[in-house]
Design a protein around this ligand. Structure first.
Ligand code: ATP
Ligand code: ZN
Length: 283
């Protein structure tokens, strides 16, 4: 059985459970249990604090885990990062009081900086040739300047609204982060085979989220142009409509090119365009 560590509660919990669910793996931690066996996949899930996940994976107590890159880099344990998961996106940023002067990283020389990420920040400052006085605190970092504990902070940000409401201004991104799947190094082959199976499902789900299935009708004389616009996975499906001289075209399009493609299709005679989500995509 493969042992996977995920966050017990917090920002990564829902998306981690949701990812497993979209891989057809059901898990419940009903009653705040610390471990649960999944249905329909040989997987045991451990519910842990995110900070502890890299250590558990390094020690082999868990074979793999879902955790933010920020935690992976800060803890610096011997784990393999195997797949970015596209959720839990945030950035580790430096922020200074709104009215403070800032003209680049060198403005931080000698400053007292409060952070929960002394390793990542320390590396960043070293690379930039800046010496500062780091104060490690584990939470509520954003209030440190207003209570006189520090001159500025380095903390996780997603929208930036917490910084603004604490009178702070974001000045530098130290790290961009998202949730990743990590695994122990040198897994035994039967565990590796299960991890590969899980990874295959995760990749199929991720791919499907970037693509849409598209259906449209068009007069037959427009088909060559429409087929040129819609490359599809191999090539589009073309089916005759009951009305003579018309066809239905089905294909797959990438989300990021989606609106351009729709405009192009309309300009080339497509009508009745339907767009539907894809649940899984295996190439
Ligand atoms: P735990 O009790 O597990 O230690 P925590 O308080 O450290 O929880 P959360 O605030 O739930 O952690 O954040 C978990 C992860 O979510 C972070 O490590 C980071 O990767 C990601 N994340 C995404 N957006 C944000 C954000 N705005 N602030 C903090 N973390 C974020
Ligand atoms: Zn944590």
């Amino acid at each position: 059985m493969l042992k996977l560590a995920i966050q017990k509660s917090g920002r990564l919990y829902e998306d981690s459970i949701g990812l497993l669910k979209s891989c057809s793996i059901g898990v419940s931690n009903g009653g705040g249990r610390l471990r649960a066996v999944a249905d329909s996949f040989p997987l045991e899930v451990f519910f842990l604090r995110d900070d502890d996940i890299p250590q558990y994976v390094e020690d082999g107590v868990a074979d793999c885990g879902i955790v933010g890159e920020n935690v992976v880099f800060e803890k610096n344990k011997h784990v393999e990062v195997i797949e970015p998961l596209g959720f839990g996106r945030c950035r580790l940023s430096l922020a200074v009081p709104k009215s403070a002067k800032y003209n680049g990283v060198h403005s931080l020389e000698g400053a007292r900086i409060a952070t929960s990420y002394p390793q990542i920040l320390g590396d960043f400052l070293r690379k930039n040739g800046v010496q500062a006085d780091l104060h490690e605190i584990s939470g509520s970092v954003e209030i440190a300047p207003s209570i006189g504990l520090a001159d500025c902070i380095c903390d996780l940000v997603s929208t930036g609204s917490t910084l603004i409401s604490n009178g702070l201004r974001e000045v530098e991104t130290v790290l961009e982060s998202q949730a990743v799947l990590v695994s122990s190094q040198n897994l035994p082959s039967e565990k590796q085979a299960l991890l590969d199976k899980l990874l295959f499902r995760i990749r199929a789900v991720k791919k499907s989220k970037n693509h849409k299935y598209i259906l449209l009708n068009a007069p037959n004389d427009c088909l060559p142009d429409i087929i040129r616009i819609l490359p599809g996975m191999k090539s589009p499906t073309v089916l005759p409509l009951a009305e003579v001289g018309w066809s239905s075209v089905h294909s797959v399009v990438q989300e990021d090119r989606f609106w351009d493609i729709i405009e192009d299709l309309k300009a080339n005679g497509a009508q009745g365009i339907l767009v539907v989500p894809i649940e899984k995509m295996i190439l």
